[in-house]
Write a protein that binds this ligand. Structure first.
Ligand code: AMP
Ligand code: ZN
Length: 472
């Protein structure tokens, strides 16, 4: 860290208090951060990536300032129902692809990790899967039942009693007295709820035969909201300093999660709720029905550096809707190339006035600390690039240091391509899938095949990573 004065405060806009709040470590040891992760029934699109980048920028700037980070991001592989609440998204996709639901989940989970890698998004400390945290959810539901915040319906579903939590509505403004029956709730049509805004913590299996578990209330599966309460409180030791997600998660997902978690610990469970606005593509909401879904792999296919997408996101304030287009991606790609070329020439000038570079760096870091004002920070980088008076060594130093937060690989030679060709990308995904199914002979065969293509695969508790094999 170059900052010489006292560590600056990171201020973020908290959706609940509708004010900037300082990000602080409540246990004095680390910042405990929870981000809602993907529902792994399809490829995550670049809109989802905008939300995942939000946590990355906070984490990078906090790390830069010397904080320890504990970051948990869940993988929703069960319980997230389709828009009409009729079917689990994973099961619907498994049916559509005639595959096992767990296979579907593992394939798209592997692709999610590969996308994050392409975008230089910091790896979380853990990616708990909902299907592997059923016991945690049972525990949480039991506690809520014991505290009379939940009840078992005549249909053997367990419901959260919305009226038992007086603070309901603080995040979204949707107070219970203004929510009308018929408002879109999870499982709104389920029969034995006592109040229309109650929601299912545990859903009885009824005719469902896959992705169901035994429970004290009979066979069934968890609701979507309960997984994030269970995982965040468990993996972050009972309190969350910062909770992130896309704006659509404000209600009902985060409102319901807050009710569950607060009722468990009898106080506010999350210090700051941070929500990123949505990405539009060429003027329209990114959706299958609009036929404008763009994936990270689409950028690679067009020979664009995926980090151009990162740069486009940084050019916009996270709290505003942003319209992406192929033209803006191409322009960002060009800017990355130009910066990388210039930086490699600035590097050769070795005179650095460290006072001048430190004060420029501090200014830019302060912009980022000010509710992630990355557009302003980029504007300053552009001015530094163009400056006639600044020494090249100073320019090099500023760009090098700020890249720790921006993650644009600015020191990479302009000509070096980071992305893998499609067939190798696919091979890595197949290997990850084989491993997660326990098919080790297939995963070893693919490891050998990848090695022949100069890719070394490593397995760790967080999954598979790869590196180029550099020959002497
Ligand atoms: P999902 O996989 O649908 O559960 O979404 C994963 C994350 O992406 C959630 O935090 C969503 O709020 C977020 N998200 C969904 N659509 C968009 C979008 N168009 N722009 C930005 N974030 C989005
Ligand atoms: Zn969540």
């Amino acid at each position: 860290m170059k900052l010489t004065n006292q560590r600056p405060q990171i201020n973020l806009f908290d959706t609940k208090t509708r004010q900037l709040q300082p990000l602080t470590s409540s246990d004095g040891k680390s910042l405990r951060i929870y981000g809602c992760g993907p529902t792994v029934y399809r490829d995550a699109h670049v809109g989802n990536m905008r939300t995942f980048l939000l946590s990355d920028i906070v984490i990078r700037v906090a790390k830069y300032l010397g904080y320890e980070i504990k970051f948990i991001q869940n993988i929703t592989d069960v319980g997230h129902m389709s828009e009409d609440f009729v079917e689990d998204k994973i099961l619907a996709q498994a049916k559509a692809e005639s595959k096992d639901p767990y296979e579907i989940a593992r394939v798209y989970e592997a692709r999610f990790h590969s996308d994050l890698k392409h975008l230089n998004i910091t790896v979380a400390n853990k990616y708990p899967k909902a299907s592997e945290c059923i016991d945690l959810m049972h525990d949480l539901i039991n506690k809520l039942l014991n505290k009379n915040h939940a009840y078992v319906g005549s249909d053997n579903c367990v419901y959260f009693s919305a009226q038992s939590f007086s603070g309901y509505g603080a995040i979204s403004g949707n107070r219970l007295d203004s929510l009308k029956p018929g408002h879109r709730f999870e499982y709104s049509e389920a029969g034995s709820k006592k109040f229309h805004a109650d929601w299912a913590l545990w859903k009885a299996a009824e005719n469902r035969t896959e992705m169901i578990w035994n429970s004290p209330w009979g066979k069934g599966f968890p609701g979507w909201h309960v997984e994030c309460s269970a995982m965040s409180l468990h993996y972050l030791d009972g309190f969350v300093d910062l909770h992130l997600g896309g704006i659509d998660l404000r209600f009902p997902h985060h409102e319901n999660e807050r009710a569950q978690s607060n009722c468990i610990i009898d106080k506010e469970a999350v210090a700051i709720w941070l929500h990123g606005e949505h990405l539009l593509f060429e003027g329209r909401k990114m959706a299958k029905s609009s036929n404008n879904v763009v994936l990270v792999s689409d950028l690679i296919a067009k020979k664009l550096d995926p980090l151009a997408l990162r740069l486009c996101f940084l050019e916009n304030r996270y709290r505003s809707q942003m319209d992406l287009s192929w033209d803006s991606l191409k322009a960002a790609n060009q800017l990355l190339l130009r910066w990388r070329e210039k930086i490699s020439t600035w590097k050769s000038n070795d005179y650095v006035d460290s006072t001048e570079s430190s004060s420029l760096i501090s200014e830019i870091i302060l912009d980022i600390c000010n509710d992630l004002d990355t557009p302003r920070a980029l504007q300053k980088l552009r001015m530094i690039e163009k400056s006639q008076t600044l020494n090249d060594g100073v320019k090099y130093e500023v760009f090098r240091e700020i890249d720790a937060v921006f993650g644009l690989d600015l020191l990479r030679p302009a000509s070096q391509i980071q992305s893998l060709p499609d067939h190798l990308e696919e091979m890595l995904i197949q290997r990850q899938t084989a491993r997660s199914k326990g098919d080790y002979s297939e995963s070893d065969r693919l490891r050998d095949l990848l090695a022949k293509n100069a890719i070394a695969v490593n397995d760790s508790k967080d999954g598979q990573t790869w590196n180029w094999i550099i020959s002497e």
